[in-house]
Every structure is written in structure tokens, then in C-alpha cells.
Design a protein around this ligand. Structure first.
Ligand code: NAP
Length: 265
């Protein structure tokens, strides 16, 4: 049994949709008060309504994390709402498909501004509050794509997700004396609006390469974040937790066929 963390407060960036909404729902279900952010106020209101039945309160704060001032404002708004910040889930991100030969300088800058700089500035803005609580937790949403695997069309996205791991490791060292842990979750293919935009053929191909035979649910990532947020995870820092139904274990299509053979035998 884990020590309850009800009454603590979290920021989940990109918590209005997809994986972030799953993380926010699991944390609020454990009694954590959560601020979710995103650019779209309608999605923010929908997230607040969807999670209104959880024991933890859920508040939406509008923020565009490509703007440094919004990262600061998000931390300040969370302190205004809940008086503390114990957990920062730096999850907001985009993953547009673009082949390297078609990528523009502006597109690369835009993606790094959100996926990497936005995460770093949000964490930085929360540091005094994370230290004050005595059990600060930073959890970044990286990906299997980039740090572990590659996929044509996502070189810029993969670069940002690997960059987050570089950030995590050095930040984990800097913040260890302050009692703050910094870890990463590496989702595989999780069923979200962002992923569904890839189309049916992509989703079917991905599902066929996952040993557990299903796409992940946003709550699968939420449960991993909840674990990393507990007191019992205090000695885990600088770690990467893959949550992918076994997808990175797949050496080839042949290895997936062998599962079928084994199941049929
Ligand atoms: P999603 O469904 O598209 O949701 C993205 C969230 O980020 C939304 O809440 C969105 O809100 C917010 N967001 C986007 N741009 C923003 C900005 N400039 N400022 C603030 N918030 C912003 O995406 P997802 O699939 O849940 O992905 C979430 C994270 O998981 C991303 O970092 C992604 O790279 C990572 N990931 C996803 C998968 C997957 O299979 N889905 C796999 C590996 C890693 P607004 O649009 O309202 O701004």
C-alpha cells in the first residue's frame, strides 16, 4: 500500500486532452489537486467537467507554453489556486509528421520551443514551490520514438524527446539535494486525438507491432506518473519508464508472428 498523496497539488501541462487528461484524471482520482493547461479554453472547460467527480480539484489555466511568460504564469496561477506545487508533469507536446527534406528551420524551432523549452521553463518556474514541499516530483513525457526507436517522418519529434532525457538526467542531479526527483515516462502508441490524426492504417500497423495487442490508454501513462509521484518512489530519479505494451521488444514482424505461433501451439 502506498502512502496517500491526497491534498498535494500538481500541474499537468497539456492536461486538457489525450495523455495529459489521463494523467490528470489518475492524479485527481488519488485526491491530488490538479491544474491542467493548454491553449484551447473549450477543451479546458471540457476537462474540468470530465474530471469534476474526482476527489481532487481540477482547474484549467490557459497557457501557450511556447511563450516563456505563460510558463511563469502557469506556476503562479497554480500557487494562487492551491497554495503549493508538489508534482509537475511536463507533458504538453506536438508530434507533426514531416520528412527531414521538407522540414523548415521555423518548424524545427517551433517544435523545440514547445516540447523542450516549454517543459524546461515550466519546471524552472516551479522549483521554489517543489523544494518547499519537501517531496517535489518532476515527470516529463518523452516517448519511445527518439530515445529508443526511430520512425520516418518524426526526426524532429524524436530529437525533442531524446533532448528531454538529457534535460532530465542533469536536472535530476542538480535537484537531488533539494529533495526533488526528475523522471521520464516513455509512452508507446497511446490512443489519443493526436495519435488518431495519423489515420486508420497507421493505427492498425502500430497495433500489430504491440505484443499486448492493443494501443495504450492515457490512464496507462497516468498510473506510471502516479507511481513516480508517490513517497515510495523517492529513491528513483533520473529514470526512464517505458510504458508501451512491449512494443520496443519487437525485433521484426517475424517476431510478432512467432507470438501468434506460440499462442496457437
Ligand atoms: P494530444 O492529444 O494532441 O494533446 C496535446 C496536449 O498538449 C493538449 O492538451 C494540447 O492543448 C496541449 N498543447 C499543445 N500545444 C500546446 C502549447 N503550445 N501550449 C500548451 N499546451 C499545448 O497529444 P497526446 O497524444 O496526448 O500527447 C501528449 C504528450 O505525449 C506529447 O508530449 C507527445 O509527444 C507524447 N507522446 C504521445 C504518444 C501517443 O501515442 N499519443 C506517444 C509518445 C509520446 P491545446 O491544443 O489546447 O493547446
Amino acid at each position: 500500500m502506498f502512502t496517500p498523496i491526497a491534498g498535494r497539488a500538481a500541474i499537468v501541462t497539456g492536461g486538457t486532452k489525450g495523455i495529459g487528461l489521463g494523467i490528470a484524471g489518475v492524479l485527481a482520482g488519488a485526491g491530488v489537486d490538479v491544474v491542467v493547461c493548454g491553449r484551447d479554453p473549450e477543451a479546458g472547460a471540457a476537462a474540468e467537467a470530465a474530471l469534476a467527480d474526482r476527489p481532487g480539484a481540477v482547474r484549467y489555466v490557459r497557457a501557450d507554453l511556447t511563450r516563456a511568460g505563460d510558463c511563469e504564469r502557469l506556476a503562479a496561477a497554480t500557487l494562487d489556486a492551491f497554495g503549493r506545487i508538489d508534482i509537475v508533469c511536463a507533458n504538453a507536446g506536438a508530434f507533426p509528421e514531416r520528412r527531414l527534406e521538407d522540414l523548415t528551420s521555423a518548424e524545427i524551432d517551433e517544435l523545440f520551443a514547445l516540447n523542450v523549452r516549454g517543459a524546461m521553463l515550466t519546471v524552472r518556474a516551479c522549483l521554489p514551490a517543489l523544494e518547499a514541499g519537501g517531496h517535489g516530483r518532476v515527470i516529463v513525457t518523452s516517448s519511445i520514438a527518439g530515445p529508443v526507436t526511430g520512425y520516418p517522418g518524426w526526426s524532429h519529434d524524436g530529437a525533442t524527446k531524446a533532448a528531454l532525457l538529457g534535460f532530465m538526467r542533469s536536472a535530476a542531479m542538480e535537484l537531488a539535494p533539494k529533495g526533488i526527483t526528475v523522471n521520464a515516462v516513455l509512452p508507446g502508441n497511446i490512443a489519443t486525438g493526436g495519435l488518431e490524426e495519423m489515420g486508420e492504417a497507421y493505427l492498425a500497423a502500430m497495433t500489430s507491432s504491440i505484443p499486448q495487442g492493443r494501443l495504450g490508454a492515457p490512464e496507462d501513462i497516468g498510473h506510471a506518473c502516479l507511481f513516480l509521484a508517490t513517497d515510495e518512489a523517492a529513491y528513483i530519479t533520473g529514470a526512464s519508464l517505458v510504458v508501451d505494451g512491449g512494443q520496443i521488444l519487437t525485433e521484426s514482424a517475424g517476431s510478432m508472428e512467432a507470438i501468434g505461433t506460440a499462442q496457437a501451439a
